[in-house]
Design a protein around this ligand. Structure first.
Ligand SMILES: [Zn+2]
Ligand SMILES: [Zn+2]
Length: 187
């Protein structure tokens, strides 16, 4: 039986990130001024440890290790000042043993999880961008969606949902053809 760990479906999932996209996103986050000095140092430490570990483990495992540490921090089980060694060691042990339990050969080809349900994967829109409240100037940047870090884009949420169209305007913009139909209150 396959292990179910990708519930996002056809969106652009965090688990699909390759090493360059991941490191770029993480460095962008580290370079921001609105994170605390503790988080700044912690993220650099975590990134360094993960890069060392990526020499011996598959990239998909490294991404899960990262998710595990960050979600433990979000849940208050760890802080950015913590040593991550124990968490990482346990998480690796679990990944390796669950890989065996599911009958997957370890050390073979890297298993890239890509859910292509009907062709191209759909992008994820930036929530803040819809109300023009996003501080990022980049059209594509890292954000958190349902507790998971993923790349979000400055595209229209309404057009994406209603017309399945990727449009470079925000939901609140007058350019949006879905604007009237989405918000029917009389003006
Ligand atoms: Zn944004
Ligand atoms: Zn639109």
């Amino acid at each position: 039986m396959a292990i179910h760990c990708d519930k996002i479906g056809d969106t652009y999932s965090f688990h699909e990130l390759d090493i360059r996209l991941f490191v770029t996103g993480e460095l962008e986050l580290i370079a921001r001024y609105d994170i605390t000095p503790g988080e700044h140092d912690g993220r650099i430490r975590l990134l360094r440890q993960l890069m060392y570990l990526s020499k011996v483990h598959e990239w998909s495992i490294i991404l899960r290790l990262y998710s595990e540490v960050v979600s433990n921090i979000e849940r208050g089980l760890l802080s950015w000042a913590s040593r991550f060694d124990d968490t990482l060691t346990w998480a690796i042990a679990r990944q390796v043993s669950s890989g065996r339990a599911s009958g997957k050969p370890m050390g073979g080809k890297p298993t890239v999880q890509r859910r292509n349900q009907g062709g191209k994967s759909r992008p994820t829109y930036c929530k803040d961008y819809q109300s023009n409240a996003c501080n990022f100037t980049e059209d594509k940047h890292w954000g958190t969606v349902n507790g998971e870090r993923m790349l979000v884009e400055h595209i229209c949420a309404a057009c994406l949902m209603k017309r399945k169209d990727v449009s470079a305007h925000s939901e609140s913009s007058s350019d949006c053809p879905c604007k009237g139909s989405r918000n029917n209150s009389s003006q």
